[in-house]
Design a protein around this ligand. Structure first.
Ligand SMILES: C[C@H](O)[C@H](O)[C@H]1CNC2=NC(N)=NC(=O)C2=N1
Length: 99
């Protein structure tokens, strides 16, 4: 199950790389974002698109949805930290958001 843990980023490396992203912050060990949509349907449509991307990358978000809000936390559970996988998914989600 836990094959080959990836290299985890240091806090400084995380801050440097996340500063290049518009929608993401680093909070309490996670890459995080909170997105508000017009309504539930739009929020859920976005979750569906992100879900397919997560499957493609084999890396999955910790997330929650409340009506029109989608809150996402990214973390590599197998490595107990932030890895390239988290940044790959964050960057892909950002592209989807930006259309
Ligand atoms: C076996 C499978 O590759 C792993 O369990 C993957 C799947 N998706 C994952 N997603 C996240 N966020 N962290 C992981 O460690 C992880 N591991």
């Amino acid at each position: 199950m836990k094959a080959n843990p990836l290299k985890t980023y240091t806090e400084q490396e995380i801050e440097d790389r996340i500063s290049k992203l518009e929608y993401w912050d680093y909070q309490e060990g996670f890459l995080v974002t909170s997105l508000d949509f017009k309504n539930f349907a739009d929020a859920f449509a976005m979750m569906t698109r992100i879900a397919f991307e997560a499957e493609r990358l084999n890396h999955h978000p910790d997330w929650s949805n409340t009506y029109n809000n989608l809150s996402i936390q990214l973390y590599t559970h197998d490595s107990n930290g932030i890895t390239d996988k988290d940044f790959e998914l964050a960057e892909q989600i950002e592209k989807i958001i930006q259309g």
